[in-house]
Design a protein around this ligand. Sequence first.
Ligand code: GLU
Length: 303
Amino acid sequence: MDLQALLDDLATESAPFAAQGKVADYIPALAAVDPERFGIALATMDGRVLGSGDWRVPFSVQSVSKAFALALVLARDGEALWRRVGREPSGNPFNSLVQLEYEKGIPRNPFINAGALILIDRLLSLAGDSLGTLRTFLREESGNHGVDVDVEVAASEAAHGHRNAALAHFMASCGNLENPVETVLDHYVRQCALTMSCGDLAKAGLFLANHGLRADGSRLLTRSEAKRINSIMLTCGTYDAAGDFAYRVGLPGKSGVGGGILAVLPERGVLCVWSPALDAHGNSVAGVEALDRFTTRTGWSVF
Ligand code: GLU
């Protein structure tokens, strides 16, 4: 199969779907991104990275970072995490407050905002510097030592982060935060504001396709832990549209409101697509379209 030609075709066919979506504007700095950007990259297990369109252009990774944060916490803490966060789809928007109160400060899963705040809180306790630990990991796995925080995006989110602050304070009131709310929120906005290209992200995610083995051959996760993260990506990784994403794409995926989606092709590689215009759930419209077309044409899905 000519994968380069396929990625080029997908870029041409899928990019126009962005017209059906809208760039996130609740974080003002994200609203400035050109909605016509489109990139797609495929990192394969044999070390190749192919791409088309804007696949080398860095963008705001936002919640795509949560898949990596989960891996770093599980690697250090194992099953202990599940006392503080669940692993069921939420069926609610990613920044919803209402469910958290009913469920006594235990977030439904690690990929909604409340759950991601728990990941950061735990990584702060385990590693001292949550953002620094994650950034080092992403630099090492992607091979791009320039991966860093966009301070303008971080400041913009911090200035408009009342909902995340509410989630964090509520969890603290339930005894489900170990570190000060302000510290957790600071690491959270900087983590979301990391910028990476599709090529960087696809490479950085390869351990998820490789049963937990890192780029240097060392083991980050057991085979079983890698399976569990992929499973949570499949059931919870694309907001409250994870069912539709599984139906259309048939791969574990994690999306972010910057318009990126990371999708894992077990034992084959990792795809990353970026198109900033989002549907009502927060997933990139053209991104989901491209992934749907990719798995439909190649037959490479987990099903
Ligand atoms: N920083 C964003 C927020 O907290 C991340 C949302 C996302 O990408 O899902 O709202």
